[in-house]
Design a protein around this ligand. Structure first.
Ligand code: DC
Length: 230
């Protein structure tokens, strides 16, 4: 069967990755979490002392961006891909609140986006890929055969992230998470480079009141419809 590119964009914590990962596994596609790549660059900047309060040493980061290589490797225990930063597994480290609260300004830097988009396009060269993020249908793969734009209310998304962190044993307050979700929405939608927006030809999915199973079934139907048309 002909392989396609599936682009899933939307707000933070709206369950994009869960549905994208599950679909990829079911249809035997590669799954790429592009947000994890911006998180890994943020971790790199934090670990290398490039943040001074809220100020970023962009000159140093720019010089080193070419040395930041992000890859994904399937974790046999979880059946899902883990994120590697220059060969080191950083899957847990990139999901902390510290990284979450520093990632937006990093993802707004044009030279960071340029480097990540180039790595993402390389990963999609052979098609057969599901990628989720903010600008996949608009910038990374404007010709993707299937594009979905996912949304849900900020309160529902904050609740989901709160439960996720709690399940991992990471302390967090709901109010703090909600504030972080709203702040990231604002920055994601208002930044100059590749702001978050729905591509004209993307399908809109509001999953505020859908179960994971319902979303999964919907996405599978869309995939089958698109490949059926080829
Ligand atoms: O999806 P996430 O919360 O893991 O994304 C982390 C950050 O990276 C978020 O602030 C938005 C940004 N991002 C982006 O700018 N472009 C993408 N393609 C994916 C994520």
């Amino acid at each position: 069967m002909k392989k396609i590119i599936i682009a899933i964009d939307g707000f933070s914590s709206c369950g994009k990755s869960t549905m994208a990962k599950d679909l990829a596994r079911e249809i035997g596609y590669i799954y790429i979490d592009s947000g994890a790549m911006y998180r890994a660059v943020t971790l790199y900047a934090l670990e290398n002392g490039m943040f001074e309060a809220d100020h970023i040493d962009t000159e140093r980061l720019k010089k080193q961006i070419g040395q930041i290589k992000i890859s994904f490797k399937l974790n046999p225990d979880t059946g899902r891909p883990d994120t590697y930063l220059n060969g080191t597994n950083v899957e847990d480290k990139i999901r902390t609140m510290e990284v979450s609260s520093h990632v937006s300004p990093i993802a707004a830097l044009d030279f960071v986006r340029e480097a990540m988009v180039a790595q993402q396009q390389e990963m999609g060269k052979e098609k057969g890929i599901v990628m989720d993020g903010r600008d996949i249908g608009t910038t990374v793969f404007p010709d993707a055969e299937l594009k979905v734009f996912v949304t849900a209310s900020p309160e529902i998304r904050a609740q989901r992230r709160y439960e996720e962190l709690k399940a991992k044993g990471q302390a967090a307050s709901y109010e703090e998470i909600l504030e972080n979700v709203k702040q990231r929405d604002y920055i994601d939608q208002n930044r100059e480079v590749s702001p978050l927006r729905k591509a004209d030809d993307a399908l809109l999915l509001d999953n505020s009141h859908l179960s994971i199973e319902q979303q999964k079934a919907w996405l599978m139907q869309q995939y089958e419809r698109v490949v059926g048309l080829l």
